[in-house]
Design a protein around this ligand. Structure first.
Ligand code: UDP
Length: 326
């Protein structure tokens, strides 16, 4: 049987081959580049090392319930993954100042944040992947409101998990980049790679750099360090017990066509008290549910079901959902 390869997409360090309507093969190459492609090289063994790191990290994240595109490893430098439409926004999570954050804001490198920071970047080589606000990403149609909420919460959950996993093998997770994709049935899941090319990892004891900064800064032995990360991840016998908590807030409002006696009484009281600038009062409710699972498309669907069936009356009420993972 002849396998017809429908489509080949070639990126800077990977090829993506469409296998069928549902699956792609991701081939990790040895190419490495930095500074918008100004510095380019081939490093023997880099593809295999990053493929192994990605596979292990996707498996670890799947273990904790994060929805990812990973299906299986095909060969030393190939993964089989679900076919997705990659969204043009990258999510970066930072625990410690480094890289473009220091350049952009003129701050010192190596300063830990009290709480991790999530930033969005527009994937566009010609524009050098600019930082974008959530509002710009939504208003320019790259992501919708729901995807924005899922991306932020999932990024923080991935960070929470990976910080603990790397701590177990003596490494500090400084920052990392994630990409998300839409599946054919409309779910938003983690996609692309999570490897030594897409994160900063420092040795806990010495601060030694283990990631792509070795290449950017000409520190040498890049692949040896990548292999060491893969080796240490493989040695993990038992994954850390991590308490996961996603807070889901459902805000319920009466439809504008529905009478709101409580709102009207409050409105009239405010007028009586002299607040002449008030024109209307609507009283809704806000319900917070804590789940012992990670955020994602699945939890969004669960929340919609609960909201439609239990929390809100769709005849007279509308609702909106928000996630927070702290
Ligand atoms: N990163 C990435 N791809 C990009 C931009 C950044 O994988 O196109 C990763 C990078 O390796 C680092 C994190 O995202 O772990 C934050 O990168 P930063 O914004 O500091 O940019 P850099 O200093 O790498 O240019």
């Amino acid at each position: 049987m002849v396998l017809v390869l429908e489509k080949l997409y070639s990126g800077k360090a990977k090829d993506v081959i469409t296998l069928d309507d549902e699956k792609v093969k991701i081939v990790f190459r040895n190419s490495i580049s930095a500074f918008d492609g100004v510095k380019v090289d081939e490093l023997k063994g880099k593809g295999e090392a990053n493929c192994k790191i990605s596979k292990l990290l996707f498996e670890i994240l799947n273990h904790y319930g994060i929805e990812t595109h990973y299906l299986k490893q095909e060969s030393k430098n190939e993964l089989i993954c679900k076919k997705v439409e990659i969204i043009p926004v990258e999510s970066v999570c930072r625990n410690i100042t480094a890289g473009s954050f220091c350049r952009r804001y003129g701050v010192e490198k190596g300063v830990p944040f009290k709480k991790p920071i999530v930033e969005l970047f527009y994937k566009n080589d010609e524009l050098h992947d600019p930082l974008v606000t959530e509002e710009v990403a939504i208003r320019l149609g790259w992501i919708n409101e729901k995807e924005n909420i899922i991306i932020k919460a999932v990024t923080l959950a991935v960070n929470y998990i990976l910080v603990e996993v790397f701590k177990k093998i003596g490494l500090i997770l400084v920052d990392f980049k994630l990409e998300f994709g839409r599946t054919t049935d409309g779910k938003l899941i983690l996609a692309d790679e999570i490897s030594a090319d897409t994160m900063r990892l420092w040795e806990e004891n010495s601060g030694e750099i283990k990631d792509k900064d070795r290449y950017r800064k000409d520190l040498g032995s890049v692949v040896d360090h990548y292999n060491d990360i893969a080796f240490r991840l493989e040695q993990i016998k038992e994954l850390p017990k991590i308490e996961l908590k996603t807070k889901v807030r459902v805000t319920i409002d009466l439809k504008s066509s529905v009478l709101d006696p409580a709102g009207d009484i409050t409105f009239r009281s405010l007028l009586r008290l002299g607040y002449k600038q008030v024109s209307k009062v609507n009283i809704g409710k806000s319900i917070v549910i804590s789940f012992t699972s990670v955020p994602g498309s699945k939890l969004w669907d669960v929340t919609e079901t609960i909201s439609n069936e239990i929390l809100a009356n769709p005849l007279i009420e509308t609702y909106s959902i928000d996630f927070s993972f702290e």
